[in-house]
Design a protein around this ligand. Sequence first.
Ligand SMILES: [Zn+2]
Length: 364
Amino acid sequence: MSAPFSLPDRQYMQTALDLAWQGRFSTSPNPRVGCVIVQGQQIVGQGYHVRAGEPHAEVHALNQAGAAARGATAYVTLEPCAHHGRTPPCAEALVRAGVARVVAAMQDPHPLVAGKGLAILTAAGIATASGLMEAEARVLNRGFLSRIERGRPFVKLKTAASLDGKTALANGHSQWITGEAARADVQILRAESCAVLTGIGTVLADNPRLNVRAFPTLRQPLRVVADSGLKTPPDCHLVRDGGATLICTLTADDGRFAAQPNVRVQQLPGQNGRLDLAALLAFLAAEGIGELMVEAGAVLGSVFLQQDLVDEIVCYQAPKLLGDTARGLFALPENPAALAHGPSWQTVALQQLGDDIKWVLQRT
Ligand SMILES: [Zn+2]
């Protein structure tokens, strides 16, 4: 299955990855996939998956290539699918088009594919190779892969803090710590997420919308409220604005949102009187949520951290000093081991946005 890859192989796969990223805001719950078809040294077809229910990347690329696909090499960022879903299997389409070679960045771990796509190609006499730029392909689909491989979404925790690590004044006032550029960046994070989760405390205090408003998008993220006591007000934005909202609660649904077709109430198991977050994440994964952004207050964010359920922290830090009485970024017990031992978080990206810093951290 493995084969040495040439420099042109890498360049064409990079093009396929770039194409796939064009679907970053819209393919959910499907993976982001790009495809490039190369005849001789010329790209004769290219495409990417736009959204669920629409043609896959390979179909766009094959349509563009037409007869030029015969004897060509197809570069795909994910193993071509083998199953009849809402669209026919791409592996069979590649066979019919007569391509000579298929290079995939990685196998598709989805149980309906998992090697079957490449097997169809091999059985038809097509040369196949997989594993070219797999690390990049895994970043591209980290949400989809987490959902399939771990049974829970990839969780990114978004926070905003002052230079002195505070997130709100003592009276709870927290809006506008960061500047316009950082807030615009949050809109991008939301748009690429399958869902945005917050706690009932934030809903009651800030009445947030948690949607994408800064630019047009084909798909809004599902809004999820962790609301153990079912206290979401019927007149809050998340209920009233018509966008899809999922309220996760310990309480039985009493039908109070029955007149709101955009709102769904889901009863889930608890743990010490709170929602069991592991069960909540498993439920979301089963619902097709791959990339989850948590935009919550210090308490809920801390519970996610303490249960080791956070894959990435995105912290926007503003050059403001809120003072010692302001509220901290998290509500965690003191941890002397953090000073003595190496970091459990590592910086993966740092970016200046206006006067603020965007600091992205992942688990070591
Ligand atoms: Zn397909």
